[in-house]
Ligand binder design. Structure first.
Ligand SMILES: Cc1cc2nc3c(=O)[nH]c(=O)nc-3n(C[C@H](O)[C@H](O)[C@H](O)COP(=O)(O)O)c2cc1C
Length: 416
């Protein structure tokens, strides 16, 4: 059935993340919408992330007292309002002026961590000063180690709880829409410019006051006469470091004494290596389908990874989470927290800080309602007992009804 969504601008009227997404799409010009929504190549990973949740189904219990339910949890032994964090996303200033500060404030209001991207529009220091809260800094291990050292010193000085090292981008994913939207690097094509004129709310609130936002964290490494977004992105490209290996992470572990999180881990072997060298946590992630195309969804390998390292490090997960039910499935499979990407960005793009807060309110209410309907009063009670997995249909089984299997047990068919 085709749903009719609210057509106005009041984020308080949005009832789910999809409604915020529709509001965001109306406000943003096409090139920004594609930046926010797009994936790499044929977007098979992107679609797979959203579809994978349907393979997991709940089985609820009855007559459980859920009158005193709570979604409160802990992350790295610190209390959290709910088992979520906001993940690193670059160029948030393109969605809303001072978008990073707005997101960090929304995270703080819900007592969950906010991750500042190395390519954030606002600087780490401005975010710390104007939003505060529990901040993590996401870094790429750039070619110039003096830049990395300086960013680590800034994270230390700003009181960041964790460094998050993104590892799934040794090179940039192949995003054709990005190339099409720009005639030359960071110079919009004529078609994109005409489209911008049709989005006056965005034009007047984001673009006209200051043009495209720059790089809050990288500005100090660019010469004063080369501070434009184009200069920043050229600099970043020159700093790509496809030669990075585990040695760099081991060395970083030696000198960074606070929490160290690796983002973009997928394989069990990599999760085990991360645990062996003493990192504190990993984020299972395929970068929301923006890097390697045709990859499994993190939710599909979560159980294996938790079984391998879940007792030693905190296993977090992102990619495709849009509903409380998605989040509860990951928690039931042993994730310590879910890290949000687009879900909170839709709120930001729809209505700034109130929009981002609305996205978190919606997810919080959905998590709580799902837990109540399952018969769980606390996050700690969630477990694979509440889940069944639909078996994948093989060619031989086509036409037959999919089977529902217990989660947490491997069948002979899966092993062979
Ligand atoms: C617009 C956008 C920008 C992003 N920028 C970064 C970034 O700077 N660093 C990073 O590690 N991941 C980045 N990501 C990936 C997110 O941190 C996260 O892994 C992904 O969005 C999760 O998928 P989801 O959006 O489907 O939830 C970005 C994602 C989006 C959508």
């Amino acid at each position: 059935m085709k749903r009719r969504y609210y057509r106005g601008h009041d984020v308080a009227r949005a009832l789910d993340i999809e409604e915020l997404r529709q509001m965001a799409r109306r406000r943003l010009p096409g090139f920004v919408t594609e930046y926010l929504e797009g994936g790499s190549e044929d977007e098979a990973t992107l679609r797979g992330n959203l579809d994978a949740f349907a393979q997991l189904k709940f089985v609820h219990r009855v007559l459980v007292d859920v009158s005193a339910r709570t979604v409160a949890s802990t992350l790295f032994d610190q209390p959290c309002g709910m088992p979520l964090a906001i993940g690193p996303t670059g160029f948030n200033g393109m969605l809303w002026r001072q978008g990073d500060i707005a997101l960090a404030r929304a995270a703080r209001a819900h007592n969950i961590p906010f991750t500042v991207s190395i390519v954030a529009s606002d600087s780490l220091e401005a975010i710390a000063e104007q939003a505060g809260g529990r901040l993590w800094l996401m870094l790429l291990m750039l070619r110039d180690s003096t830049v990395v050292d300086r960013l680590i010193a800034r994270a230390d000085h700003a009181g960041c709880e964790a460094l998050v090292i993104t590892l799934d981008a040794p090179v940039l994913g192949n995003r054709s829409w990005d190339v099409r939207n720009f005639g030359r690097p960071l110079s919009l094509s004529l078609r994109s410019k005409l489209d911008v004129l049709h989005h006056v709310r965005w034009l007047f609130s984001v673009f006209l006051p200051r043009g495209l936002p720059g790089f809050g964290n990288l500005a100090e490494f660019l010469p004063p006469e080369r501070q434009s977004p184009l200069d920043g992105s050229r600099y970043l490209t020159s700093q790509g470091n496809p030669g990075l290996t585990w040695d760099a992470i081991r060395e970083l572990r030696e000198r960074w004494k606070r929490k160290l999180v690796l983002k973009g881990v997928m394989a069990v072997a990599d999760a085990e290596e991360a645990a062996r060298i003493g990192v504190d946590g990993i984020v299972l992630s395929n970068h929301g389908g923006r890097q390697l195309d045709s990859e499994v969804a993190p939710i599909e390998i979560l159980e294996e990874v938790v079984a391998a390292v879940g007792k030693r490090i905190e296993v977090m997960i992102d990619s495709g989470f849009r509903r409380g039910t998605d989040i509860v499935k990951a928690l039931a499979l042993g994730a310590k927290a879910v890290v949000l990407g687009r879900a909170s960005l839709y709120g930001l793009a729809a209505g700034g800080q109130p929009g981002a807060t609305r996205a978190l309110d919606i997810l919080r209410a959905e998590i709580e309602r799902t837990m109540s309907l399952l018969g769980c009063a606390t996050i700690a009670e969630l477990s694979p007992v509440f889940l069944r997995r639909r078996t994948q249909l093989t060619a031989a089984g086509a036409g037959r009804e999919p089977q529902l299997q217990l989660v947490g047990r491997t069948t002979k068919a899966e092993v062979s």
